[in-house]
Design a protein around this ligand. Structure first.
Ligand code: 5AD
Length: 363
């Protein structure tokens, strides 16, 4: 079958929003398989066949935001709030380093108080220092994901040793952003934060929710065009999954299988359009299908983020209903995951940060 798109050579390297949209509209078994195959080749060509692990440590679910879709929103009084101690975070980070993961993601709900900022700065500095070893002379790579902060705070975290930051735009449409968030949270500020992160020197990641209320294929095409325009280094996106305590759950969305396919296709299209960025196969894919993350890898993702937070905390980090909370530090689980990755014709990248090739080229 002829490929729908040319991903290598000089011909087609820039896509119009209309072309992105038409790729996203691929449907039927044959078209989707062609999309997957092209994305697979583009991944190998631009990023190599290694899949990098990032241990994700969800160190606190205390959040001052009230996003209309999220289970840990401030107004949800049914959540038992927790905050891990520095020693617990360090233990999990060391476990990742010993396992050859190379990087961790430190994620939490959003807070801007001085205590929180001091805590995160201290944790970043300690994890960097304490995970230095012969295989990782500069310590673990650290990706932070702690929401909107001031430029000064981002600079402090960077100086402490975090070198990548994930801040999802959630949607590139200001209209949808307004419908998904309360008045105090603005699209403009989210964009401003992304520019601060870039100007400080972080490798910047963003992403969107896929299949969320009122979102059209045209909106998703704008999202992918936005990633390109912002020249991001990393993308983390996944299907929207309603949470019973969040107001958006009252709005009907497509069936889970359709949202899953839409998310996989969006990963593939993002790979074709952005080529050499890191794309994560996110936990939300796994929430819709037990092997959802592996399918994400097959559709163009090259990073996977095993959950290393202890299961009792994970149960309280419920961004959406039925969020998987297996203990992925179990050796049996790890081996099975690695075997499935090898079965996809890929290899596990060890003892390296696994930065996005795009970030290196820009420097
Ligand atoms: N469905 C899918 N993703 C969600 N997130 C929050 N709530 C949901 C949900 N109901 C995602 C957001 C946020 C990230 C931490 O989790 O995109 O940026």
């Amino acid at each position: 079958m002829r490929s729908p798109i040319q991903t290598s050579g000089k011909s087609k390297t820039n896509f119009t929003t209309a072309q992105i949209r038409s790729l996203l509209e691929s449907s039927g078994r044959k078209e989707i398989e062609a999309l997957r195959r092209e994305a697979h080749w583009a991944t190998l060509l631009h990023c190599g066949n290694r899949v990098y692990f990032r241990g994700i440590i969800e160190f606190s679910n205390i959040c001052t935001c009230d996003c209309y879709y999220c289970g840990i929103r401030r107004s949800n009084k049914d959540v038992v709030r927790y905050q891990l101690a520095k020693a617990q975070i360090l233990r999990q980070a060391k476990w990742c380093a010993e396992r050859g993961f190379g990087s961790v993601v430190l994620q939490s709900g959003e807070r801007r108080d001085a205590r929180f900022v001091d805590f995160v700065t201290d944790v970043v500095r300690t994890v960097k220092k304490e995970t230095r070893c012969s295989l990782l002379p500069d310590g673990l790579g650290i990706t932070l994901c702690v929401g909107e902060q001031s430029r000064e705070v981002y600079a402090r975290f960077f100086e402490a040793g975090a070198h990548r930051y994930l801040l999802r735009i959630e949607t590139a449409s200001p209209r949808l952003f307004r419908r998904w968030h309360p008045p105090g949270q603005t699209y403009e500020n989210r964009r401003r934060c992304l520019s601060h992160l870039r100007s400080i020197g972080y490798q910047v990641g963003t992403g969107v929710m896929i299949g969320a209320p009122w979102q059209t294929t045209a909106d998703l095409a704008e999202d992918v065009a936005f990633f390109k325009e912002m020249d991001v280094d990393m993308i983390g996106m996944g299907p929207y999954i309603p949470h019973r305590a969040a107001p958006l759950a009252r709005i009907d969305v497509d069936l889970p299988a359709m949202r899953l396919q839409r998310a996989l296709s969006t990963i593939a299209v993002a790979r074709l359009v952005l080529r050499d960025v890191n794309i994560a196969a996110t936990t939300a894919l796994q929430a819709l299908s037990p092997l959802g993350r592996e399918r994400g890898l097959d559709f163009g993702a090259n990073v996977i983020m095993p959950q290393v937070t202890s299961p009792d905390c994970r149960k309280q980090y419920t961004l959406y209903d039925a969020k998987p909370c297996d203990n992925e530090t179990d050796p049996g689980f790890q081996n099975a995951l690695e075997r499935r990755i090898r079965n996809l014709g890929r290899e596990v990248g060890r003892n390296r940060w696994g930065d996005s090739p795009h970030a290196w080229i820009r420097q």
